[in-house]
Design a protein around this ligand. Structure first.
Ligand SMILES: Cc1ncc(COP(=O)(O)O)c(C=O)c1O
Length: 422
């Protein structure tokens, strides 16, 4: 059977032991009521059907108990974030002590930099990838300015070489060889939002630590996608969001990892709030700040339960599917997508994401010659939800929980037809 046929794609779906998870999600529909081909889980994950019940449970407890829901609810609100920790920790390869769900990604990044970016006169620079997500860059620049450091001096960009799209590890090594003793922090996206390139977290951490730098990662595009093995990577900290591959709804809360070696470190500088205070004495209200050991100690506020309920709904599905199984399926889906894209004979598009599955997650970034967004608009009109990133990239991400080989096949057929028409 030809791999570039609908029958082949459907055959792969039949063999897929995770295929039934697709039915647990709502797919957006077009004007004629047919399901759209949704390949945009790297931007906003689809709504799990169980979310309504999880939210309803909290709404019911709120109406039934009022404030007493903090202790009397089926899932009491006081420790609610704890119901998420173990499953979230499994997804990012961390110990529960190292993980907390709180705030949002950029806020957590700032909190982490307050603790892990402590510049001195000699060591004050921060390294990021040149195509880092703008919010990361703004956060890093503002931290530099907060410490009266001019970003022109303090910010080092790890860039692809001229004519290339991807960052090379040896170039990061070169930066560290040259300026390692001036670098305080490496802050890298585990999986780049634009190119889809995934970096080797453990190698980068070891490299950074060898030169005395702290190392943190943004897992916005990594959590629920790759297997970051955060604990073993040795990273000092990591932050992520839960609305992309983790399907917990627009603007939902973020995750934060602080390595176990800091769990009982009371010397670390931090911005604190009452939710980071010893749970036993939190409500005595008059005690000095007594930090909770581990990542929970960085919490500031009592969290939004409705948002957490949606995360709990999604994590239960992840736990049932298993992150290793999902990653194994994801590799196959993306390889299939790549194979079909390579079949399209045109010089107008090229894939900039690395070919090696270990250096990427679900996403392939398709670069369009001469930045022609019309191609993307036509794709959208044809019933494909993907996304366009300026200046010239269409990002396609088959999410293994709800996408299948047929989606990938149908998408490439549509793209092919559009390109042939032009
Ligand atoms: C890589 C990356 N970093 C940071 C952010 C910003 O996240 P938030 O708005 O949750 O702070 C995003 C959002 O898409 C992202 O993709």
């Amino acid at each position: 059977m030809q791999f570039n046929s609908l029958e082949y794609a459907q055959e792969q779906d039949k063999k897929d032991s995770l295929s039934h998870f697709r039915t647990k999600f709502h797919f957006p529909k077009g004007s004629e009521g047919t399901e759209l081909i949704y390949l945009c889980g790297n931007s906003l994950g689809l709504q799990p059907k169980n979310v309504k019940d999880y939210l309803q449970e909290e709404l019911d407890d709120w109406s039934k108990y009022g404030v007493e829901g903090h202790t009397e609810g089926k899932h009491p609100w006081l420790p609610y974030h704890e119901f998420l920790t173990e499953k979230m920790a499994k997804i990012v390869g961390a110990k529960p002590l190292e993980v907390v769900i709180m705030n949002t990604l950029t806020s957590n990044l700032h909190l982490m930099m307050i603790s892990f970016y402590n510049p001195t006169k000699e060591r004050y620079k921060i390294v990021i990838e040149s195509d880092a997500f703008p919010s990361d860059k703004y956060a890093v620049e503002s931290q530099l300015k907060f410490h009266d450091i001019n970003p022109k001096d303090g910010l080092i960009e790890w860039k692809p070489r001229a004519g290339e799209n991807l960052c090379r590890l040896e170039d990061l090594e070169e930066i560290l060889k040259k300026e390692g003793d001036k670098i305080a922090l490496l802050m890298i996206g585990s999986t780049n939002y634009y190119t889809g390139q995934s970096f080797p977290l453990k190698k980068i951490t070891e490299l950074g630590h060898k030169y005395g730098c702290k190392v943190g990662f943004d897992l916005a595009h990594g959590a629920g996608n790759i297997l970051p093995n955060l604990h073993d990577s040795g990273a000092d900290f990591a932050v992520w969001c839960t609305y992309k591959y983790l399907n917990s709804g627009p603007g939902s809360l973020g995750g934060c990892f602080v390595h176990e070696r800091y769990a009982n470190n009371r010397e670390l500088k931090r911005f604190s709030g009452w939710w980071g205070h010893n749970k036993k004495t939190r409500f005595q209200m008059r005690d000095d700040f007594d930090v909770i050991p581990g990542a929970e100690g960085w919490q500031l506020s009592n969290p939004p339960i409705l948002s957490m309920a949606a995360i709990r709904a999604s994590l239960d599905i992840f736990d049932e599917a298993g992150m290793e199984n999902l990653r194994a399926k994801s590799v196959k889906l993306t390889v299939y997508l790549e194979k079909l894209l390579k079949e399209i004979s045109t010089s107008r598009i090229s894939i900039i994401t690395p070919e090696n599955p270990e250096e990427r997650g679900a996403q392939l970034s398709i670069q369009v010659k001469n930045a022609d967004k019309r191609l993307f608009d036509k794709l959208t009109e044809s019933g494909v939800i993907s996304d366009w990133r300026e200046p010239d990239v269409i990002r396609i991400a088959p999410a293994p929980l709800y996408n299948n080989f047929e989606d990938v096949f149908r998408f490439t057929q549509k793209l092919k037809a559009i390109l042939e028409e032009e």
